[in-house]
Design a protein around this ligand. Structure first.
Ligand SMILES: Cc1ncc(COP(=O)(O)O)c(C=O)c1O
Ligand SMILES: [Zn+2]
Length: 387
């Protein structure tokens, strides 16, 4: 019998500014840290917690409830997100001449992407805090996920999406009963519209990293990876990155697990992958700045087209702290990659997921990854939604 929630209690302590550490009350509605105009981050009292605090009877991300922010289990809005499989890609590993290549498949989440983790958490906390109306700017997948969780929670949802997004991603929002607004432009234009709507209607703004709790959902990726690798982490984790909640969340999880003395050995080097047509993080990592010529374009991998991510500094911190790197792939490479992986491994990845394989190939070719290292790819979404 699959359970929706656990009896274990949240150990959340506070929210803190990710720049100056100023504390903010988690019992009232918060967006980001006004002191430094950066994201807030949840802190926990993990004294006495260990891997034995995990509720083994719960087969979803809620097995880690002791390290999650929801206080009352009746506020959990769950469609059974998380607990996704990791598979070996042995044929591709053989082709690349390496020992170990595996992939965590987030496409099996409710609504078909890793966004389910963040939105299950964000909407659960919204419910707990009495929020009745939420607005979200999205490249596509986050909007569908928020629509589904808001439907389940009985909260009004408004989704703002670029007009050029695939029909399936639009239609699902309407089917879940959300108000859908289409915008000419990329997610930054949608974000501007979301701020206007929030200001004029009082709706809560669920923009990436502009509220503290979606990150806590994404963090469960890190807990799961550690658990699935029996607490001995891979050498390299490759993540397709837009706003950055995936890699930032995974990195946060690993540090909480270190405090619980759960992890054996070293932490992985984190790799961010972006599309050549919109790669602000690769520019910032390589040169420290966005070039004057920066002209972001839509990517067929919708999730990667985030020109001005709010959590830029947090992503850079993950790269510096982990001795990681950031790399681009082309639109054409992603298309070809999807086909190559499908024909070799029988897995149809999202373009974003295929990007991680191509990044591995490039980083092996230039010697940044050694053939004996363990590599973990993330397939963040489903190919089937981009029609
Ligand atoms: C399938 C997929 N992969 C990756 C991303 C990037 O996620 P983030 O913005 O959290 O970096 C998105 C975002 O929309 C996505 O939909
Ligand atoms: Zn501050």
């Amino acid at each position: 019998m699959i359970q929706a929630a656990t009896e274990s209690k949240s150990t959340i302590q506070s929210l803190v500014c990710t720049k100056c550490n100023k504390a903010y009350d988690h019992k009232i509605v918060q967006q980001f840290a006004p002191c430094c105009n950066v994201p807030l981050s949840a802190t926990y009292d993990l004294t006495g917690q260990s891997i034995h605090s995990i509720n083994q009877a719960v087969y979803s991300m809620w097995r880690y409830q002791f390290a999650l922010p929801v206080l009352q289990k009746e506020n959990i809005v769950s469609l059974q997100e998380g607990f996704t499989p990791i598979s070996n890609l042995q044929k591709l590993a053989d082709k690349l001449g390496i020992d170990s290549l595996s992939i965590k498949d987030e496409s099996v989440n409710p609504t078909g992407s890793f966004k389910a983790r963040g939105l299950s958490m964000g909407v659960s906390k919204a419910k707990e805090l009495g929020i009745r109306n939420i607005v979200i700017p999205t490249a596509g997948n986050a909007g569908g996920a928020m629509s589904a969780y808001c439907a389940k929670a009985g909260i009004e949802a408004t989704v703002i999406m670029p007009k050029h997004t695939a029909e399936t991603l639009k239609e699902e929002c309407s089917l879940y009963g959300a108000n859908l607004i289409l915008i000419d432009g990329l997610i930054d234009a949608c974000g501007k519209k979301a701020r206007e709507i929030a200001a004029s209607t009082g709706a809560f703004d669920m923009s990436t990293m502009k509220e503290p709790y979606r990150l806590e959902g994404k963090k469960t990726l890190g807990y799961e990876i550690a658990e699935q690798f029996n607490w001995e982490l891979p050498d390299v984790i490759i993540y397709p990155t837009g706003g950055g909640t995936g890699p930032i969340g995974i990195w946060k999880a690993f540090h909480e697990l270190i405090r619980m003395k759960a992890i054996k050995g070293n932490l992985p080097r984190m790799v961010l992958v972006q599309s050549e047509v919109c790669s602000p993080m690769v520019s910032r990592f390589q040169t420290g700045i966005l070039p004057d010529t920066f002209a972001p374009q839509p990517s067929a991998a919708y999730g990667l087209a985030v020109p001005y991510p709010f959590a830029t500094d947090m992503m850079l911190a993950v790269l510096y702290q982990s001795n990681g790197t950031a790399i681009t792939v082309s639109e054409q490479e992603m298309e070809t990659g999807v086909q190559q992986i499908a024909k070799t491994e029988g897995m149809l990845l999202s373009l974003e997921g295929a990007a991680t394989y191509l990044a591995a190939e490039k980083l092996l070719a230039n010697g940044w990854i050694k053939p004996e290292e363990k590599i973990l790819l993330l397939n963040t979404g489903s190919w089937y939604k981009y029609r």
